[in-house]
Design a protein around this ligand. Structure first.
Ligand code: AOF
Ligand code: ZN
Length: 351
């Protein structure tokens, strides 16, 4: 590690950035646990790093402390989430840091899990450890949107993904839609699926496209079989996928598919958190379902892959939604935009 002579704040940001890079290594495998990274620094040198790989396995701090060994004494630990104070599947990380005799702990953000929620910081301070909270908080929180929202509100973080043409069309009138967007955009969808605890689709999409909605990419840095399969939910209020029809469709042949047969999407989302620990939810469906989620204000993030092509006004629109006046329009903030292959990816946050 090169020596750095910046102010303490700049140093804290630098090492927290390294801890965030560690956390990202668990991005596709920790569900329902959050991703967490930890870096141990002794006189400006990284002596240990680690990340939480999977629920049930040790937390980030444990791996980092193990690597640091005796060099953790008097060191500073950088952690992307408040060290836990509870005995869950593993013992409390706050105690592990105390036992290792670190001098200071720098934390990106507090853990809203009611079992932790500030108690980790309290334990550290009681042991005489200097604690700094709030370094690169936004960057660290961006990795755990679902976990954080679910812990705070008991509702999941909902991403709605739509692939469209330049004129906002998703398929020809016949339903033909393979493929409007490029391979790069479809590969990006694999990343979002791999981070999602549940994928919601509609019976209409199942009947029209018979999608698999699985994670099959070999470009995620993790073997697809190591990624927990997202829970599949099919919205089927008209009961079009009765038992007899189910063997016709790939998703329906899965034994764990949930068929949601009411109109109450809020109840569905609350159920996914409460009963299935699904904190990041991806909606991949047609214009009707997209319209329902958007008009009921259940979308946290709209992701649009826009291909630079025109499909004409007979082609299918992206959202079924009929505001009567301009005052009823739905507006978004552009959180991010990037070129993916030949397409544009827009990440939009509802205003
Ligand atoms: C940390 N470091 O690396 C992680 C933490 O079931 P368990 O024992 O794995 O506990 C899971 C909870 O621990 C999880 O909900 C979150 O509050 C915290 N995650 N904490 O100190 C870590 N992954
Ligand atoms: Zn822990």
């Amino acid at each position: 590690m090169p020596t750095i002579n910046h102010s303490q704040d700049a140093q804290d940001r630098y090492f927290m950035m390294l801890a965030i890079e560690q956390a990202k290594l668990g991005l596709y495998t920790t569900r329902p646990n959050p991703v967490v990274g930890c870096v141990i620094v002794q006189t400006e040198e990284v002596v240990g790093q680690g990340f939480h790989p999977k629920a049930g396995e040790p937390h980030a701090e444990v791996f980092a402390l193990k690597e640091a060994g005796d060099r953790a004494v008097g060191a500073t630990a950088y952690v992307t989430l408040e060290p836990c104070s509870h005995t869950g599947r593993t013992p409390p990380c706050a105690l592990a840091l105390i036992k290792a005799n670190v001098k200071r702990v720098v934390i990106a953000g507090l853990d809203p899990n009611p079992q932790v929620a500030g108690r980790g910081v309290k334990l550290l301070k009681q042991a005489g450890i200097e604690v700094t909270v709030g370094i690169l908080t936004e960057q660290a929180e961006a990795l755990n949107r679902g976990f954080l929202k679910a812990m705070r509100t008991q509702m999941p973080y909902v991403r709605l993904k739509i692939a469209t043409s330049l004129d906002g069309r998703t398929a020809m009138a016949s339903g033909e839609s393979k493929w409007i967007t490029s391979n790069a955009a479809r590969e990006d969808v694999q990343k979002i699926r791999a981070r999602s605890g549940a994928i919601i689709t509609g019976s209409e999409t199942v009947i029209a496209d018979d999608p698999q909605l699985n994670v099959r990419s070999n470009q995620l840095g993790v073997l697809p079989e190591k990624i927990p399969s997202p829970q599949i939910v099919v919205l089927d209020r008209r009961q079009r996928l009765e038992h007899s029809a189910q063997s016709d469709y790939q998703l329906c042949r899965r034994t764990d598919t949930i068929y949601w047969r009411t109109d109450d999407l809020t109840d569905l989302l609350a159920t996914l958190v409460r009963d299935h620990q699904c904190y990041d939810v991806l909606v991949e469906a047609g214009a009707g379902v997209a319209g329902s989620f958007l008009s009921q204000q259940l979308v946290d993030e709209l992701i649009v892959y826009q291909a630079p092509c025109l499909l004409g006004d007979q082609a299918r629109p992206m959202v079924n939604f009929n505001p009567i006046s301009l005052a009823q329009q739905l507006r978004f903030d552009i959180y991010n935009y990037e070129k993916l292959g030949s397409d544009l990816k827009l990440t939009l946050l509802p205003l």
